[in-house]
Write a protein that binds this ligand. Structure first.
Ligand code: ADP
Length: 375
């Protein structure tokens, strides 16, 4: 049994997964770590709750898989955790100042708790390490870029790896399918995957770039930042605005897509603009990734919005018949779970694939452990 641990900045999630089934023995989310009034003062406290919760299964745990947000430039796949790997995750802290320290807290705790079982780091950035230089390089001064490791890394890699694989199998091309993955949750990203290898993704050096998200702006003209700083805002204020008070929230006051859609249906003009900006950006990336891939076999929707909102899916794909994309209106609204929602004669299949990052982490952890076992 693999214990999957996602020690995040304000919450700790865990799942116990038997990858043979696969079956899930148990799992939970411990939230509001360190917030005023919370009974979970810090990560140590949250993690010892995990230890208590899995006490009866503890002996059956054969490995622990950790979600790590940023692998920096070095990791191109999951890694068996050693002192050296920890050092490299520490070196990537400036690239993910909120997430990597929390991930490290989980790793350090788990190594003390169960020094007898192998621990594996699964990076959100790793699946994107195959993105070629033309797509990962920002056209800025090369020396500056190299000095500060400035380049596209991409995030949601674990989800994108899982969803692209399931979608490729679903269309009967497990090894050859070209897939556009649209991960639309609170954070949102689009990725282009060619025959199992990621070739482009919308998030960049940080998870701010790309699509419109719940509270993040996605793409803007970077010079907007200097205009705002010269107008008197501090860099911290601009950063907080772009990460936490932009996106759907910034445009209409709601970051939850369900609330935005309810307001759209009631004719609220701010919500209509927010919805249209969100969908327009998404269409632009679909068009861009059709061009990047040349041939697209399947477009896969995932994440809370992608899995549940037939309205977003139909708005985004409306009018794309010239690109070979034909949504079946009935399939789009009726079924649930992993499924095709395009017409039988659509040149490009459209699929809904519920993501499962925990299962993917468990599978990758188990593969690393099998690989590194002494013969
Ligand atoms: P996270 O990125 O935090 O894992 P999720 O993938 O669960 O989050 O996505 C959360 C988003 O999914 C929220 O914006 C929520 O409004 C949206 N969502 C969930 N169900 C629906 C639905 N039926 N229609 C539209 N949006 C939905």
């Amino acid at each position: 049994m693999i214990l999957v641990l996602n020690s995040g900045s304000s919450s700790v999630k865990y799942q116990l997964i038997d990858v043979e089934g696969p079956t899930r023995a148990k799992g939970a989310k411990i939230e509001r770590i360190g917030e005023p009034g919370s009974d979970v003062p810090d990560h140590e406290a949250a993690l010892s709750r995990v230890a208590q919760a899995v006490a009866t299964e503890s002996a059956a745990i054969t490995a622990i898989g950790h979600r790590v947000v940023h692998g920096g430039p070095r990791f191109s796949g999951p890694a068996l955790i050693t002192d050296d790997v920890i050092k490299q995750i520490e070196e990537a802290v400036p690239l993910a100042p909120l997430h990597n320290p929390a991930n490290l807290a989980g790793i350090e705790w788990a190594r003390r708790w169960r020094p007898d079982v192998p621990q594996v780091a699964v990076f959100d950035t790793a699946f994107h390490s195959t993105i070629p230089p033309a797509a990962r390089t920002y056209a800025i001064d090369r020396e500056v870029a190299e000095l500060y490791d400035v380049r596209r890394y991409g995030f949601h890699g674990t989800s994108t790896a899982y969803v692209s694989r399931v979608a490729a199998r679903l269309v009967g091309q497990p090894d050859t399918a070209n897939v556009i993955v649209l991960h639309l949750g609170n954070g949102a990203s689009a990725s282009a995957v060619a025959a199992g290898r990621c070739v482009d993704t919308s998030m960049g050096m940080t998870p701010l770039e790309g699509l419109v998200m719940g509270t993040r702006s996605g793409d803007i003209d970077p010079a907007v930042i200097f205009v705002l700083i010269r107008a008197g805002m501090s860099p911290d204020q601009v950063e907080a605005m772009l990460f936490r008070r932009s996106g759907l929230l910034g445009l209409c006051g709601d970051n939850d897509m369900r609330a935005v859609i309810a307001r759209v249906e009631a004719g609220d003009q701010d919500a209509v603009l927010a919805y249209n900006v969100y969908c327009h950006r998404l269409r632009k990336y679909i068009g861009a990734y059709c061009a990047v891939l040349g041939r697209v076999d399947v477009i896969a929707f995932t994440g809370g919005v992608g899995e549940n909102s037939s309205l977003v899916r139909s708005t985004v794909l409306a009018g794309l018949q010239p690109l070979g994309i034909r949504l079946d209106p009935l399939r789009n609204v009726s079924a649930r779970g992993t499924r095709i929602i395009s017409t039988d004669d659509s040149a490009v299949s459209v699929a809904v694939v519920p993501t499962d990052e925990e299962l993917e982490i468990a599978l990758e952890t188990s593969a690393v452990v099998a690989r590194t076992k002494p013969q």
